[in-house]
Design a protein around this ligand. Structure first.
Ligand SMILES: Cc1cc2nc3c(=O)[nH]c(=O)nc-3n(C[C@H](O)[C@H](O)[C@H](O)COP(=O)(O)O)c2cc1C
Length: 264
Protein backbone atom coordinates (compact mmCIF):
# COMPACT_ATOMS: atom_id res chain seq x y z
CA UNK A 1 0.00 0.00 0.00
CA UNK A 2 1.15 3.50 -0.85
CA UNK A 3 2.45 5.54 2.11
CA UNK A 4 -0.20 7.98 3.18
CA UNK A 5 0.92 11.56 3.42
CA UNK A 6 0.62 12.46 7.10
CA UNK A 7 0.26 16.21 6.83
CA UNK A 8 -2.77 18.15 5.70
CA UNK A 9 -0.84 20.83 3.88
CA UNK A 10 -3.29 23.30 2.44
CA UNK A 11 -5.99 22.38 4.99
CA UNK A 12 -6.90 23.75 8.40
CA UNK A 13 -8.36 21.72 11.28
CA UNK A 14 -11.32 23.85 12.36
CA UNK A 15 -14.53 23.38 14.32
CA UNK A 16 -17.20 24.64 11.93
CA UNK A 17 -20.21 26.00 13.74
CA UNK A 18 -22.42 23.91 11.48
CA UNK A 19 -21.90 20.73 9.44
CA UNK A 20 -24.90 21.22 7.16
CA UNK A 21 -22.91 21.41 3.92
CA UNK A 22 -26.02 21.36 1.75
CA UNK A 23 -29.22 19.30 1.85
CA UNK A 24 -32.76 19.84 0.58
CA UNK A 25 -35.37 21.30 2.91
CA UNK A 26 -38.54 19.38 3.81
CA UNK A 27 -41.59 20.60 5.71
CA UNK A 28 -42.79 17.82 7.99
CA UNK A 29 -46.51 17.57 8.71
CA UNK A 30 -47.32 15.71 11.91
CA UNK A 31 -50.47 15.28 13.96
CA UNK A 32 -51.11 17.37 17.08
CA UNK A 33 -53.14 15.96 20.00
CA UNK A 34 -56.26 17.80 18.78
CA UNK A 35 -56.08 16.33 15.27
CA UNK A 36 -54.68 19.53 13.69
CA UNK A 37 -51.44 19.40 11.69
CA UNK A 38 -48.12 20.84 12.86
CA UNK A 39 -45.61 21.86 10.18
CA UNK A 40 -41.83 22.15 10.71
CA UNK A 41 -38.83 22.70 8.43
CA UNK A 42 -36.05 20.14 8.56
CA UNK A 43 -33.06 19.43 6.37
CA UNK A 44 -31.66 16.27 7.98
CA UNK A 45 -33.28 13.58 5.89
CA UNK A 46 -32.36 10.99 3.28
CA UNK A 47 -34.07 8.13 1.45
CA UNK A 48 -33.18 4.54 0.51
CA UNK A 49 -35.85 2.91 -1.65
CA UNK A 50 -39.06 4.27 -0.14
CA UNK A 51 -37.68 4.29 3.40
CA UNK A 52 -36.74 7.74 4.63
CA UNK A 53 -34.80 8.77 7.72
CA UNK A 54 -35.75 12.06 9.37
CA UNK A 55 -33.28 13.63 11.79
CA UNK A 56 -35.28 15.41 14.50
CA UNK A 57 -34.16 17.23 17.59
CA UNK A 58 -35.79 15.73 20.68
CA UNK A 59 -37.15 19.08 21.74
CA UNK A 60 -39.46 19.53 18.78
CA UNK A 61 -43.20 19.13 18.61
CA UNK A 62 -42.64 17.05 15.48
CA UNK A 63 -40.63 14.42 17.43
CA UNK A 64 -43.37 14.29 20.10
CA UNK A 65 -46.08 14.01 17.45
CA UNK A 66 -44.55 11.18 15.40
CA UNK A 67 -43.95 9.18 18.58
CA UNK A 68 -47.59 9.57 19.62
CA UNK A 69 -49.16 9.26 16.17
CA UNK A 70 -46.86 7.32 13.80
CA UNK A 71 -47.63 9.14 10.57
CA UNK A 72 -46.32 12.21 8.78
CA UNK A 73 -46.06 13.93 5.42
CA UNK A 74 -42.68 14.92 3.97
CA UNK A 75 -43.48 18.03 1.88
CA UNK A 76 -40.74 19.35 -0.41
CA UNK A 77 -40.84 23.12 -0.99
CA UNK A 78 -39.57 24.71 -4.20
CA UNK A 79 -36.81 27.35 -4.09
CA UNK A 80 -39.38 30.16 -4.49
CA UNK A 81 -40.87 29.08 -1.14
CA UNK A 82 -37.89 30.22 0.92
CA UNK A 83 -39.89 33.03 2.50
CA UNK A 84 -42.53 30.63 3.80
CA UNK A 85 -39.74 28.46 5.22
CA UNK A 86 -38.23 31.51 6.89
CA UNK A 87 -41.57 32.34 8.47
CA UNK A 88 -41.67 28.87 10.02
CA UNK A 89 -38.03 29.06 11.21
CA UNK A 90 -38.59 30.78 14.60
CA UNK A 91 -41.74 28.80 15.47
CA UNK A 92 -42.38 25.70 17.52
CA UNK A 93 -45.61 23.86 18.09
CA UNK A 94 -44.35 22.92 21.57
CA UNK A 95 -46.03 24.70 24.48
CA UNK A 96 -44.37 25.68 26.75
CA UNK A 97 -41.32 26.38 24.55
CA UNK A 98 -38.42 24.19 25.80
CA UNK A 99 -35.87 26.05 27.95
CA UNK A 100 -33.11 25.62 25.33
CA UNK A 101 -35.25 27.30 22.68
CA UNK A 102 -36.90 30.15 24.61
CA UNK A 103 -34.54 32.87 23.32
CA UNK A 104 -34.97 32.04 19.65
CA UNK A 105 -38.40 30.46 19.29
CA UNK A 106 -41.98 31.19 20.12
CA UNK A 107 -45.00 28.94 20.30
CA UNK A 108 -47.32 28.93 17.32
CA UNK A 109 -50.16 26.50 16.95
CA UNK A 110 -51.33 27.64 13.52
CA UNK A 111 -48.16 26.97 11.54
CA UNK A 112 -49.87 26.80 8.13
CA UNK A 113 -51.50 30.16 8.65
CA UNK A 114 -48.30 31.70 10.04
CA UNK A 115 -46.37 30.57 6.95
CA UNK A 116 -49.10 31.45 4.45
CA UNK A 117 -49.55 27.81 3.43
CA UNK A 118 -52.69 25.75 2.87
CA UNK A 119 -53.38 22.40 4.56
CA UNK A 120 -54.88 19.90 2.17
CA UNK A 121 -56.17 16.40 2.99
CA UNK A 122 -53.84 13.40 2.65
CA UNK A 123 -55.02 10.10 1.11
CA UNK A 124 -53.63 7.54 3.55
CA UNK A 125 -52.45 9.39 6.65
CA UNK A 126 -54.04 11.89 9.02
CA UNK A 127 -51.54 14.80 8.93
CA UNK A 128 -52.38 17.26 6.11
CA UNK A 129 -50.16 18.01 3.12
CA UNK A 130 -48.84 21.55 2.45
CA UNK A 131 -50.61 22.34 -0.82
CA UNK A 132 -48.07 24.88 -2.14
CA UNK A 133 -45.20 22.36 -1.98
CA UNK A 134 -44.82 20.62 -5.37
CA UNK A 135 -44.10 17.24 -3.71
CA UNK A 136 -45.94 15.57 -0.81
CA UNK A 137 -44.84 12.17 0.48
CA UNK A 138 -47.28 10.56 2.91
CA UNK A 139 -45.44 8.24 5.28
CA UNK A 140 -45.86 5.86 8.22
CA UNK A 141 -43.36 5.69 11.06
CA UNK A 142 -41.60 2.32 11.34
CA UNK A 143 -39.17 3.07 14.18
CA UNK A 144 -37.65 5.87 16.21
CA UNK A 145 -33.91 5.51 16.87
CA UNK A 146 -32.23 7.53 19.60
CA UNK A 147 -29.11 9.31 18.33
CA UNK A 148 -25.99 9.88 20.39
CA UNK A 149 -23.12 12.37 20.44
CA UNK A 150 -21.96 15.10 22.79
CA UNK A 151 -22.64 17.99 20.45
CA UNK A 152 -26.13 16.68 19.71
CA UNK A 153 -26.78 16.37 23.45
CA UNK A 154 -25.94 20.06 23.79
CA UNK A 155 -28.87 20.69 21.44
CA UNK A 156 -31.13 18.57 23.65
CA UNK A 157 -30.58 15.23 21.88
CA UNK A 158 -32.12 13.89 18.73
CA UNK A 159 -33.75 10.94 17.01
CA UNK A 160 -33.64 9.35 13.57
CA UNK A 161 -37.22 8.60 12.62
CA UNK A 162 -37.48 5.77 10.11
CA UNK A 163 -40.56 6.20 7.95
CA UNK A 164 -41.94 4.38 4.95
CA UNK A 165 -43.42 6.47 2.16
CA UNK A 166 -46.87 5.15 1.25
CA UNK A 167 -48.17 7.73 -1.24
CA UNK A 168 -46.41 10.37 -3.35
CA UNK A 169 -48.16 13.41 -4.83
CA UNK A 170 -46.23 15.39 -7.43
CA UNK A 171 -47.53 18.61 -9.03
CA UNK A 172 -48.72 17.69 -12.55
CA UNK A 173 -46.34 20.11 -14.31
CA UNK A 174 -43.42 18.08 -12.95
CA UNK A 175 -44.66 14.64 -14.01
CA UNK A 176 -43.10 13.00 -17.09
CA UNK A 177 -44.48 9.81 -18.71
CA UNK A 178 -46.78 9.15 -15.70
CA UNK A 179 -43.90 7.85 -13.60
CA UNK A 180 -40.99 10.24 -13.62
CA UNK A 181 -40.31 13.59 -12.09
CA UNK A 182 -38.98 16.09 -14.63
CA UNK A 183 -35.48 16.81 -13.34
CA UNK A 184 -35.22 19.86 -15.58
CA UNK A 185 -38.23 21.49 -13.94
CA UNK A 186 -37.88 20.24 -10.37
CA UNK A 187 -35.44 21.89 -8.06
CA UNK A 188 -35.18 21.50 -4.31
CA UNK A 189 -34.65 24.33 -1.85
CA UNK A 190 -31.19 23.76 -0.42
CA UNK A 191 -30.16 24.50 3.17
CA UNK A 192 -26.44 25.17 3.09
CA UNK A 193 -24.45 26.36 6.11
CA UNK A 194 -27.62 27.93 7.55
CA UNK A 195 -28.59 29.74 4.35
CA UNK A 196 -31.35 28.81 1.92
CA UNK A 197 -30.33 28.45 -1.73
CA UNK A 198 -31.99 27.49 -4.99
CA UNK A 199 -30.08 25.16 -7.32
CA UNK A 200 -32.00 25.57 -10.55
CA UNK A 201 -32.07 28.30 -13.18
CA UNK A 202 -29.98 29.32 -16.11
CA UNK A 203 -27.87 32.24 -14.96
CA UNK A 204 -24.95 30.79 -13.02
CA UNK A 205 -23.61 33.29 -10.55
CA UNK A 206 -26.85 35.27 -10.57
CA UNK A 207 -27.95 36.41 -7.10
CA UNK A 208 -31.47 35.09 -6.74
CA UNK A 209 -31.74 34.07 -3.11
CA UNK A 210 -32.34 36.39 -0.24
CA UNK A 211 -33.00 33.39 1.91
CA UNK A 212 -30.61 33.88 4.80
CA UNK A 213 -32.41 32.65 7.88
CA UNK A 214 -33.43 35.00 10.66
CA UNK A 215 -31.46 35.47 13.85
CA UNK A 216 -33.57 32.78 15.49
CA UNK A 217 -32.41 29.84 13.44
CA UNK A 218 -28.87 31.15 13.12
CA UNK A 219 -28.74 31.20 16.89
CA UNK A 220 -30.11 27.67 17.18
CA UNK A 221 -27.27 26.34 15.10
CA UNK A 222 -24.81 28.89 16.52
CA UNK A 223 -24.05 30.42 13.16
CA UNK A 224 -22.48 33.81 12.67
CA UNK A 225 -23.62 36.22 10.02
CA UNK A 226 -20.37 35.89 7.99
CA UNK A 227 -21.85 32.70 6.59
CA UNK A 228 -24.79 34.47 5.09
CA UNK A 229 -23.52 34.91 1.56
CA UNK A 230 -26.15 34.74 -1.14
CA UNK A 231 -25.24 33.09 -4.38
CA UNK A 232 -26.70 30.89 -7.02
CA UNK A 233 -25.72 27.26 -7.37
CA UNK A 234 -26.05 24.83 -10.27
CA UNK A 235 -25.02 21.34 -9.19
CA UNK A 236 -25.65 20.09 -12.71
CA UNK A 237 -25.97 22.37 -15.69
CA UNK A 238 -29.24 22.53 -17.62
CA UNK A 239 -27.48 21.27 -20.79
CA UNK A 240 -26.59 18.00 -19.06
CA UNK A 241 -30.10 17.27 -17.87
CA UNK A 242 -31.76 15.99 -21.12
CA UNK A 243 -28.84 13.59 -21.69
CA UNK A 244 -29.08 12.33 -18.14
CA UNK A 245 -32.84 11.76 -18.46
CA UNK A 246 -32.40 9.93 -21.80
CA UNK A 247 -29.74 7.67 -20.27
CA UNK A 248 -31.92 7.03 -17.24
CA UNK A 249 -35.00 6.17 -19.33
CA UNK A 250 -32.96 3.89 -21.63
CA UNK A 251 -31.57 1.94 -18.69
CA UNK A 252 -33.25 -1.53 -18.58
CA UNK A 253 -33.25 -1.35 -14.79
CA UNK A 254 -35.41 1.79 -15.03
CA UNK A 255 -37.64 0.64 -17.87
CA UNK A 256 -37.88 -3.15 -17.93
CA UNK A 257 -38.63 -4.40 -21.50
CA UNK A 258 -42.41 -4.86 -22.01
CA UNK A 259 -43.71 -8.34 -21.21
CA UNK A 260 -40.92 -9.12 -18.80
CA UNK A 261 -41.70 -9.36 -15.12
CA UNK A 262 -40.77 -6.32 -13.08
CA UNK A 263 -37.11 -6.27 -12.11
CA UNK A 264 -36.70 -8.86 -9.42
C1 LIG B 1 -34.02 25.28 7.06
C2 LIG B 1 -34.17 24.63 8.41
C3 LIG B 1 -33.70 23.36 8.61
C4 LIG B 1 -33.87 22.72 9.84
N1 LIG B 1 -33.46 21.43 9.99
C5 LIG B 1 -33.81 20.76 11.10
C6 LIG B 1 -33.59 19.36 11.19
O1 LIG B 1 -33.07 18.73 10.28
N2 LIG B 1 -34.01 18.72 12.31
C7 LIG B 1 -34.61 19.39 13.35
O2 LIG B 1 -35.00 18.75 14.34
N3 LIG B 1 -34.82 20.71 13.29
C8 LIG B 1 -34.46 21.41 12.19
N4 LIG B 1 -34.72 22.74 12.10
C9 LIG B 1 -35.26 23.43 13.28
C10 LIG B 1 -36.76 23.14 13.48
O3 LIG B 1 -37.51 23.59 12.37
C11 LIG B 1 -37.22 23.85 14.75
O4 LIG B 1 -36.65 23.19 15.86
C12 LIG B 1 -38.72 23.95 14.92
O5 LIG B 1 -39.01 24.66 16.10
C13 LIG B 1 -39.41 22.60 14.96
O6 LIG B 1 -40.80 22.84 15.03
P1 LIG B 1 -41.74 21.98 16.01
O7 LIG B 1 -41.18 22.15 17.40
O8 LIG B 1 -43.09 22.59 15.86
O9 LIG B 1 -41.64 20.57 15.54
C14 LIG B 1 -34.51 23.41 10.90
C15 LIG B 1 -34.97 24.70 10.70
C16 LIG B 1 -34.82 25.31 9.47
C17 LIG B 1 -35.35 26.69 9.27
Amino acid sequence: MRNLEMSHTGFRAIEPNILYFGTPVALISSLNEDGETNLAPISSFWTLGWTTMLGLLDETKTADNVRRHPECVVNLPSPEMWEQVERLAPLTGKNPVPELKTKQFHFEKEKFQAAGLTPTGSDLVKPACAKECPVHMEARVLAVHQLRGKRLEQLGGGVAVEVEVVRVHVASYLVLKDRYVDAEKWSPLIYKLSTLFPISGSGAGENVSRGGLGAESKALFNVSSENLLHSHYNFITSAEVPQMIAKFLADPLTNAPAGKAAAS
